[in-house]
Design a protein around this ligand. Structure first.
Ligand SMILES: Cc1cc2nc3c(=O)[nH]c(=O)nc-3n(C[C@H](O)[C@H](O)[C@H](O)COP(=O)(O)O)c2cc1C
Length: 165
């Protein structure tokens, strides 16, 4: 039996359905007025090879995205296993979101988290309104991957690690 009909979706059931799809966790960060600003985002998806585009969906309620929007470059770090304290920190409402984190800052102001599985140095290609979120299309201008770093996994509201099968 299907749980709910379209138009009558219970928010909790919808959250569970979205949470059934495992994802990685990224950190979207840039230098703004001399300080690092950023947020954790699990809505990252690869979109296009040519041009190289990825997407991240940010909530319309986010107070961080409006600060990041004018940045020349936006860093996207694919967080690694062991980064779960960093993911929590980067989503905290209060306190220093970068406390204890090693940062790499590019000349153009992208902020990247040390120990990540991949670094993407991006420009904002487009921002598409999508319900209570905006879909950011980010164009990759430069990148670096760290194949030995296993990614952090987010599934069912819990942080996990990949296991080989
Ligand atoms: C694992 C994880 C994934 C998250 N993914 C997203 C996301 O994809 N989009 C989003 O807008 N917020 C996401 N958040 C919440 C933000 O990191 C942050 O808490 C939120 O934007 C509120 O802070 P702000 O008002 O400073 O933006 C995520 C948080 C966590 C812990």
């Amino acid at each position: 039996m299907i749980h709910a009909e379209m138009g009558k979706l219970d928010v909790q059931v919808l959250r569970e359905a979205y949470g059934a799809f495992p994802s990685g966790v990224t950190a979207l960060c840039a230098m703004i007025d001399g300080s690092p600003i950023g947020m954790a985002a699990s809505s990252f998806t690869s979109v296009s090879m040519d041009p190289p585009l990825v997407s991240i969906c940010v909530a319309n309620t986010s107070s961080t995205w409006p600060l990041l929007r004018p940045a020349t470059r936006l860093g996207v770090s694919v967080l690694a296993a062991g980064h779960e304290p960093a993911a929590r920190l980067l989503s905290a409402k209060t306190g220093d979101r970068f406390a204890g984190l090693g940062l790499e800052v590019t000349d153009e102001g992208a902020v990247l988290i040390e120990g990540s599985a991949a670094w993407l140095d991006c420009t904002l290609f487009d921002e598409v309104p999508a319900g209570d979120h905006s879909m950011l299309l980010l164009r990759i201008e430069a990148l670096r991957t760290f194949p030995d770093q296993h990614p952090l996994v987010f599934h069912g509201s819990k942080f996990r690690q990949l296991a080989a099968v």
